[in-house]
Design a protein around this ligand. Sequence first.
Ligand SMILES: [Zn+2]
Ligand SMILES: [Zn+2]
Length: 252
Amino acid sequence: MTSYFEAFKDLLFPPFCLGCERWLESSRLPLFCSDCLSQLAVIQAPNCRCCGVPFLVGADHLCGDCLTAHYAFDLARSLWPYQPPVSTLIHALKFQGNLTGLATLGWLAAGSDCIKQFVEPDLIVPVPLFLGRLRERGFNQALVIAQGCFPQWRNRIDSGVLFRTRATVPQSSLSGKERRRNLHKAFSLSDFSKVKGKRILLVDDVFTTGSTINECCKTLRLAGAARIECFTLARSLVRGSTGPAQVVMAAL
Ligand SMILES: [Zn+2]
Ligand SMILES: [Zn+2]
């Protein structure tokens, strides 16, 4: 039930749809109008049983990358393709510090079937920012995403155990050798005992080429993590060096 305070607040500051900016009647989550909500695409089966890349047809199976044990994680899932309005909201979160869309994205993610695919983790690890970048931005988007999407496991989030040893540049701006050099030994752990034998859930905003996430997973794996699963809000479905060629999107 909407409280008088909330109704009054909505009257003074009318909420708007995060997709089309149409005024909404109330500020109840999600902040999408019914049209935008019905058009919000989620990544659905059939997909790779390991990395989650969607296929156009057929049943779930392992993709070419996972058949060659390309990744160091056991499971990776993303909720949405990286496209508007989700990409717009994530971009605003990362580069303008605009947290407006976070509550809505977290609310939708927390109630999704995607989240239900993860085993209960011992530890949730947000992909870290380099200290300089963290100071500049003021917050780590992976941490606030973990807090928004996994409220039931909030006390298992540890943003200090995995850290970046140096600054890196976005993988998408590099190719081949440069990519490998860019991320080589870019991550380390502050306490190996926190990871050894544990089920880890790694969280980030976007799965682009998967290289950054995979490098984090290699670090966790070397420290003896028992199981590593990865969640990102969105996944880039344009073929990168390791990405998929075929994709399918379905209406929510
Ligand atoms: Zn709308
Ligand atoms: Zn795969």
